[in-house]
Design a binder for this molecule. Structure first.
Ligand code: COA
Length: 176
C-alpha cells in the first residue's frame, strides 16, 4: 500500500525532503536506534521519542532544518537529514544524515545532501557547511567528496566506538 503523499519542502528525482512531524517519529526512531546505522553516528545512547520531538522544536524555533528523506517511489521514510548548529555571524552550519539500511546505496544520500546544501547556500545564505565523519565510514567520506566536501581536520583517536578509539574527520564545503 502506498503511504500518504509527503509534504514537499525540497525535492529531487529520487527523494522528497519533507518537514519532520510528530507522526514520523517511529520510523525515524527505528532508523536512528538500529545498530547498523548507529555505529556510524556520534550518538550512543538510546533515542526515545521525546528526544526526537526536540528536533521538531528546533525546526519550530528556526534553530535547525530537520527533514525526513522520503523515497519518491514508495513515499516510505528513508531517513533524516539536517542542517543545525547555525553560527550566523560566520554563516556556518553542520550537516548530518542517516538513511535506514534498506535505503542505502541507491543514490538517496547523494541527492538529499546535494539538495539540502544547495538550499543552505541559496536560501539561508550559508557560507560554509561542515560535518564530522568517522574514519572507518569510507562510503560516507566517498559520497561527501563526490559532492565537493574536503577533509580539513583529522582528530586522532577522538572517539571510542565499538571497543576502540577511532579518528574523527572534519569535512566542509564552501559556497564559492
Ligand atoms: C552514508 C550515507 C548517507 C550514504 O548515502 P547512500 O544513499 O547510501 O549513498 P549513495 O547511494 O548516494 O552513494 C554515493 C556514493 O557513495 C559511496 N558509498 C555510499 N555508501 C557506501 C558504502 N557503504 N560503501 C562504499 N561506498 C559507498 C559510493 O561510492 C557511491 O558512489 P557510486 O554510486 O559511484 O558507487 C548512508 O549510507 C547512511 O545514512 N549511512 C548510515 C549513517 C551514516 O553513515 N551517516 C553519515 C554519518 S557522517
Amino acid at each position: 500500500m502506498k503511504m500518504e503523499e509527503p509534504v514537499i519542502f525540497l525535492e529531487g528525482e529520487k527523494v522528497i525532503l519533507s518537514p519532520l512531524d510528530e507522526d514520523d517519529l517511529y520510523p525515524i526512531q527505528k532508523i536512528l536506534n538500529s545498530p547498523d546505522v548507529r555505529k556510524n553516528l556520534a550518538e550512543r545512547f538510546p533515542k526515545n521519542r521525546s528526544m526526537l520531538k526536540d528536533l521538531i522544536t528546533l525546526n519550530k524555533e528556526k534553530r535547525g532544518v530537520f527533514l525526513k528523506i522520503v523515497e519518491r517511489e514508495s513515499f516510505k521514510i528513508a531517513g533524516i537529514i539536517s542542517l543545525s548548529d547555525f553560527n550566523w555571524p560566520n554563516r556556518r552550519a553542520m550537516l548530518s544524515i542517516a538513511l535506514g539500511k534498506d535505503f542505502q546505496k541507491k543514490g538517496y544520500g547523494t541527492e538529499s545532501t546535494k539538495i539540502l546544501v544547495d538550499y543552505g547556500f541559496k536560501n539561508l545564505q550559508l557560507h560554509k557547511i561542515s560535518l564530522e565523519v568517522y574514519e572507518f565510514n569510507m562510503g560516507a567520506i566517498k559520497m561527501y567528496e563526490s559532492l565537493g566536501f574536503v577533509k580539513e581536520g583529522h582528530y586522532r583517536k577522538h572517539s571510542f566506538k565499538d571497543g576502540k578509539y577511532v579518528d574523527l574527520i572534519f569535512m566542509s564545503l564552501l559556497n564559492e
